[in-house]
Design a binder for this molecule. Structure first.
Ligand code: PGA
Length: 251
């Protein structure tokens, strides 16, 4: 049995003080959750978030990291810097990073490598665009994203990799994949992992769905056999909604 993981992706929202307040509101609502709960916050909010989760089971994730340890990379943050703060997890390859900031499967792979080397857990995001889905190439696109990003990752290291299947057309659009569509691609990712590693590694891997998951649709999505949690954008900023998703993962 895989433990489900519900991770909030706050994107570019909340000041440090607002982050502390939001975590303060979420904390009592998700206490005793039967799943893992993470909040993915902007870099500048990390210290406040780490402080605000103290004494709870909520984990804190960053939303990106660079592949070099240090150097002339203006505006970037290294995996080592995240570890030094006490951050345990980093979201990598989110479609907004790919679309707006020019990230490719190759640069995502480099970031995955650096994050694992530094000791972080990774939430690796993959997913097809609407054009790709309509062309019928979802399986090829997603399998390639997974294979390139995990190119240097060993089977043992897969214990520290969560994969988030996020169809680009479902992110922030209110248009959710159906439970069957979500499960189909999560199962495809699992088969891809079985081919890259072993059936046991694939079976143990946590594969989330993300894209307009909310309090109303979470239960059906999370009941799918290959959907092991969610990466939640908009709804993660609303304590009651986020807590309802966590509760749906528990049952
Ligand atoms: P959404 O975002 O839940 O607002 O669609 C999901 C994500 O980008 O991870």
């Amino acid at each position: 049995m895989r433990t489900k993981v519900i991770a909030g992706n706050w994107k570019m929202n909340k000041t440090p003080q607002q982050a502390a307040e939001l975590i303060g509101a979420i904390r009592p609502l998700v206490e005793g959750a039967g799943c893992r709960v993470l909040v993915g916050v902007p870099f500048v909010d990390l210290p406040a978030a780490l402080d605000a989760v103290k004494g709870s089971a909520i984990g804190v994730a960053a939303q990106n990291c660079h592949w070099e340890k240090a150097g002339a990379f203006t505006g970037e943050v290294s995996a080592e810097m995240l570890c030094a703060l006490g951050v345990g997890t980093v979201i990598l390859g989110h479609s907004e990073r790919r679309t707006y900031f020019g990230e490719t499967d190759v640069t995502v792979a480099k970031r995955v490598r650096a994050a694992l080397d530094a000791g972080l857990e990774v939430i690796l995001c993959v997913g097809e665009t609407l054009d790709q889905r309509e062309q019928g190439i979802t399986a090829e696109v997603v399998a390639m994203q997974v294979k390139v990003a995990l190119g240097t990752v060993s089977g043992q290291e897969m214990a520290r990799v969560i994969i988030a299947y996020e169809p680009v057309w479902a992110i922030g659009t209110g248009r959710t994949a159906t439970a069957a569509q979500a499960n189909e691609v999560c199962a495809l990712i699992r088969r891809t992992l079985a081919g890259l590693y072993s059936p046991a590694t694939a079976d143990a891997a946590v594969i989330q769905y993300g894209g307009s998951m909310n309090a109303g649709n979470a239960a059906e999505l999370l009941a799918q056999p290959d959907v092991d949690g969610g990466l939640i954008g908009g709804a993660s900023l609303k304590p009651q909604d986020f807590a309802a998703i966590v509760a749906a993962a528990r049952s």
